[in-house]
Design a protein. Structure first.
Length: 363
């Protein structure tokens, strides 16, 4: 698309200077920008590249002296990544679905579709499903019986939404996400080795499980507004009560939410993080990549688990944890520093022992 600097400033709510009628066609890094591009120099380290860039328009941090940069026009950014979010919406190149329902889609007669829905090829929408207005549902999506999806949803190809799932407005479901699968719930006729160990601290030789019996998931999944579920992420239904995801929460690729988990608002679950059943996650918690969270614990609001952490016990509010088992960051780092000193301490101890005469020699 092509847009003038003045139009772009209005769309972003940003200040601009210079030739407001200059036209830009796409954002680009300064070292890759061509004539007609908008050079992204919102970080000071990119300013030097503008000197050799063919681009005549750039976006820079507020307060930057742009007069010496040889540009025709600039836009000003107060917070670079926030500005980038706005730019990504303006210049989004995602192809749009045709209006209406594709002839290969299967929509049950009892399902209801809101005004302006766009349904792609080979979509399957089950009985008593309700889809809000302006939903965009791409190819091979399936939505199970009695599920509800709010207004302005964008559901990418291959996303699976099971039965009895309730989703709020402005939902984004990425490709191959699975929402509403059964929880990982099995029980043996006699206590298993894991149960015995948790109860007694030992595993008896006689404890041999003969089979695992499935516990069906009778609950559903309830998702708030403005939630995004990344590619291949999974959210299990509750065993009896619903699994819940609060407003504004985002799941990255391959994140997993187990049965009965309760997640607050504006939580970030980074790639390959996993939350075991019946755990509670407070508002604005961040789980870094590959963080594992044990079952039946809680993580307080505004806490952060750094990448690779294994959270096995309750985490208070506003706490940063790391490591396995996860500890407060300062405690873990002190332990790690002490561990790094152990080889040197052992060497010194060996040297000291060599200097001490043997009792037999002095006897």
């Amino acid at each position: 698309m092509a847009v003038t600097v003045g139009e772009l400033a209005e769309l972003l709510g940003a200040d601009a200077a210079g030739d407001l009628h200059a036209i830009v066609s796409r954002p680009a890094q300064p070292d890759e920008a061509r004539e007609g591009d908008l050079a992204l120099a919102m970080e000071p380290r990119f300013l030097d590249a503008l000197a050799t860039s063919p681009a005549r328009v750039a976006i820079v941090l507020s307060g930057t002296d742009w007069s010496a940069l040889g540009l025709d026009a600039v836009l000003f950014s107060g917070r670079s990544k926030y500005t980038l979010a706005g730019l990504s919406r303006v210049f989004d190149t995602q192809p749009s679905l045709p209006e209406g329902i594709h002839p290969t889609a299967v929509v049950d007669d009892t399902a209801t579709l809101g005004e302006g829905c766009r349904i792609g090829p080979y979509v399957v929408i089950g009985p008593q499903v309700a889809i809000g207005a302006r939903a965009r549902i791409e190819a091979h999506v399936s939505i199970g019986a009695r599920s509800v999806v709010g207004d302005d949803a964008q559901i990418f190809a291959g996303c699976r939404i099971a039965h009895d799932v309730r989703i709020g407005d402005r939902f984004i479901g990425q490709s191959n996400a699975v929402i509403g699968g059964d929880g990982f719930s099995f029980v043996s006729p006699q206590p298993s080795a894991a149960e015995t160990y948790m109860a007694t601290g030992s595993i008896e030789q006689s404890m041999k499980v003969t089979e695992y019996v499935r516990i069906n998931s009778l609950g559903g999944v309830v998702i708030g507004d403005d939630v995004e579920v990344g590619p291949a992420a999974t959210i299990d239904k509750g065993t009896v009560t619903d699994t819940r995801i609060g407003n504004g929460t985002k799941l990255d690729s391959q994140a997993h939410v187990g049965h009965n988990v309760q997640i607050g608002e504006n939580v970030l679950l980074c790639g390959q993080s996993g939350i075991a059943g019946s755990t509670k996650i407070g508002d604005r918690v961040i789980l870094g990549g590959q963080v594992g969270v044990a079952d039946n614990i809680s993580i307080g609001a505004d806490s952060i688990a750094l990448a690779g952490s294994g959270v096995t016990t309750r985490v208070p509010e506003r706490t940063v944890v790391m490591g396995y088992p996860a500890l407060k960051q300062d405690v873990f780092l002190n332990i790690f520093k002490a561990m790094r000193r152990l080889p040197r301490m052992a060497q010194k101890l060996t040297e000291m022992q060599k200097q001490v005469p043997n009792d037999r020699d002095t006897g």
